[in-house]
Design a protein around this ligand. Structure first.
Ligand SMILES: Cc1cc2nc3c(=O)[nH]c(=O)nc-3n(C[C@H](O)[C@H](O)[C@H](O)COP(=O)(O)OP(=O)(O)OC[C@H]3O[C@@H](n4cnc5c(N)ncnc54)[C@H](O)[C@@H]3O)c2cc1C
Length: 621
């Protein structure tokens, strides 16, 4: 049995008590009787996912990290321990449970898919990246591919028999995707010869699947410069015959794999397309020069998935930090600081350790709430019957994607770092799992568009775009929520603080247009502080919303036990896990509002200062 653990109570609270996930089961396409979707089924899937994560995936996390990826006889070889687990995932439909039923999946809502991914990715993100990317690539084919492509590739991809990748980055085209130079030259038969080099391609080559289907951005002859000239191609490692069997090798060669800080078990490859004499065949997906637009779909999904990877590591780090702090004896209680004979206490009794634990718990639960809610926006944006509901949720989805990716990955790194701190010297050593979490999670702030680029997207596109309607939609929703809850007896003070935070956020957001005309450099340098401010306000909003729901249950349960005040509830919470859960929900929200939300004052002050010293400093190079 592995050490992998996740707070399933919180996962369920978020899915069923906050979002009411079972309501989605009444909506097409989830309400198909044959699928049998509903709370019972969702609960069962969550239980099974947790079992698979603990018993199958978790145990290979640390050995896979140690073994890493190698090139043996020219072939990319993943850690040996991954092989049986990957086979198990394929055979038991864990690669893409949210895939449509017609391609072998269960057609689950995105929101449940998100929870399942959190549970399984948390156990080993390096291994679970291969199914994650395959799902994203398959979804691109499902939405934009021709019927023939769907027929040929989808079942094999969704089942995990074939892998999928996203090939965007080149040596001189990282953040600047428009600088891509990979060429797509038309061939007589309507296909294209792909020629160029892509770097840092996750799961770009490996021996887990019999074929790999690459989604490649490339430029056709005479296409304009920049992202507008890019087209999207499906490029298989092995060509696929009409009957679905594998044909010839398609000249996609892995020339090297990266040695990295973390995710050692994930092959990060440099891929050479069509560098020899033979053609490397690519099949155009959708229209020419619309590649970036389509890739954005995969990137949006992938960005949510990256936020989720970040959450999954933060979640495990939080649990491990609590476990360790409850076991590790060191020092005596601050309440007995004058008593030299005072007994040793677990470090969880020390206020500073509790502070670190609460930071971790608060960020983790806020991230989970933000990510699952954003996945819920996706479900409603795609499936709600009412067009207005679809539009509203699409707005919120677009606004939240960069925050889900960036804020969650930055905060998750902090959480894992805090978990090391909680472990003291042992946290720095490989004997304990938390150092791996910090190494593994670091990549989430870099790939899928660095957090700096995400912040620019939020500030420059998502907030001002569509005439500011995305932000207005969120502000309206929050205003209605404040009006409803500001006089709440126990939590009204927190609601009012969220309201003030929201107003400050809006003030800063609306100031950018004018500031941009006067001092664009300073505004662009404010993008990350703005992102952090946005994330902190959203975190507080989500946690206080959760606390309001928890408080109703808490009062009911406490009342039935005759507990009239907080002290009586705390007493009950020691022995009653449900009361403990709901009580802690209220305390976590309070902690976030009182200890983390005030960070927005500092961000606001620095943004409003419009300081340009970072632009004026002179670096000699
Ligand atoms: C382990 C790993 C896996 C990856 N997997 C994939 C994959 O599967 N597919 C794929 O296509 N790519 C993948 N990538 C590539 C990844 O997406 C890029 O590394 C990332 O987009 C950044 O590009 P870069 O490394 O060239 O950095 P650069 O673009 O050179 O950025 C360096 C720094 O400059 C900043 N910067 C750059 N331009 C600007 C600007 N205009 N304004 C403000 N700041 C800027 C960045 O924010 C960053 O801090 C992977 C990378 C790694 C390390």
């Amino acid at each position: 049995m592995s050490d992998y653990t996740i707070d399933m109570r919180d996962v369920r609270f978020m899915l069923f008590e906050v979002l009411g996930l079972e309501k989605l089961a009444e909506m097409a396409p989830f309400n198909d009787e044959e699928l049998g979707q509903g709370k019972e089924m969702y609960d069962m899937i969550l239980d099974e996912a947790y079992k698979v994560a603990r018993e199958k995936i978790g145990p290979v996390n640390e050995p896979g990290d140690r073994e890493g990826v190698k090139i043996v006889d020219g072939k990319v070889v993943v850690p040996e321990v991954y092989r049986p687990v990957y086979k198990f995932l394929c055979e038991n439909n864990w690669v893409a449970p949210s895939a449509p039923a017609e391609y072998g999946g269960i057609g689950l809502p995105e929101t449940l898919g998100m929870a399942v991914s959190e549970i399984t990715s948390g156990a080993c993100i390096a291994l679970m990246m291969t199914p994650g990317l395959t799902l994203g690539a398959a979804n691109l084919v499902k939405v934009f591919g021709s019927d023939e492509m769907k027929e040929k590739y989808l079942e094999a991809m969704y089942s995990g028999r074939w892998g999928g990748t996203m090939c965007i980055t080149e040596e001189s085209a990282g953040s600047d995707v428009g600088a891509s130079r990979t060429k797509a030259l038309p061939l007589d038969d309507g296909t294209f010869h792909i020629e160029g080099s892509k770097i840092f391609i996750s799961s770009g080559d490996h021996d887990l699947t019999e074929n790999i289907i690459h989604m490649v951005l490339a430029r056709t002859p005479n296409a304009p410069k920049g992202v507008k000239g890019l087209s999207l191609f499906l490029v298989p490692k092995f060509l696929v015959n009409d009957d679905g069997s594998l044909g010839e090798y398609n000249e996609v060669r892995c020339s090297s794999v990266e040695e990295k800080l973390g995710i050692h078990g994930s092959p990060t490859c440099t891929l050479e397309f069509g560098q020899d004499d033979k053609p490397c065949r690519g099949y155009l997906i959708g229209e020419e020069q619309k590649g970036m637009k389509m890739m954005f779909q995969m990137m949006n999904e992938a960005r949510l998935y990256v936020g989720l990877q970040a959450l999954s590591q933060a979640s495990l780090a939080t649990e491990l930090g609590i476990q360790y702090a409850e076991e590790r004896l060191q020092g005596s209680s601050f309440k007995e600081f004058k008593n030299p004979d005072a007994p040793k206490v677990p470090i969880i009794d020390h206020p500073d350790v509790r502070r670190m634990i609460m930071i971790n718990k608060a960020y983790t639960e806020a991230m989970r709430s933000l990510l699952y809610s954003t996945a819920y926006y996706t479900d409603l944006a795609h499936n709600a019957e009412d067009e207005k509901v679809r539009e509203k949720n699409q707005m919120l989805l677009e606004l939240m994607v960069p925050i889900c990716k960036s804020w969650c990955s930055d905060m998750s790194f902090r959480v894992t770092e805090n978990a090391i701190q909680i472990h003291g010297g042992y946290g720095f050593c490989r004997e304990y799992p938390v150092e791996q979490l910090m190494r593994d999670v670091k990549i989430t702030s870099i790939y899928e568009g660095t957090n700096g680029i995400q912040a620019l997207d939020l500030l420059g596109r998502q907030v001002p775009g569509k005439g500011g309607l995305r932000l207005m939609t969120l502000l309206q929703e929050m205003n209605a929520w404040v009006a409803e809850h500001k006089d709440h007896e126990q939590l009204g003070d927190l609601v009012k603080e969220v309201d003030q935070g929201k107003n400050k956020l809006a003030e800063v957001a609306f100031s950018f247009a004018g500031a941009m005309r006067k001092n664009p450099g300073a505004v662009l340098a404010s993008a990350v502080p703005f992102m952090n401010m946005f994330g902190d306000v959203m975190g507080a909003y989500h946690l206080v919303h959760q606390a309001l729901i928890a408080d109703v249950k808490l009062r009911e349960m406490a009342g039935s036990h005759g507990a009239a005040d907080d002290q009586a509830i705390i007493k009950l919470a020691n022995d009653n896990p449900e009361i403990r859960f709901y009580w802690n929900k209220t305390q976590t929200a309070r902690f976030f509002v009182k200890n983390i939300l005030p960070n927005i004052e500092a961000h606001m002050k620095s943004i409003k200062a419009g300081d340009s010293s970072c632009l004026d400093a002179v670096f000699a190079s």
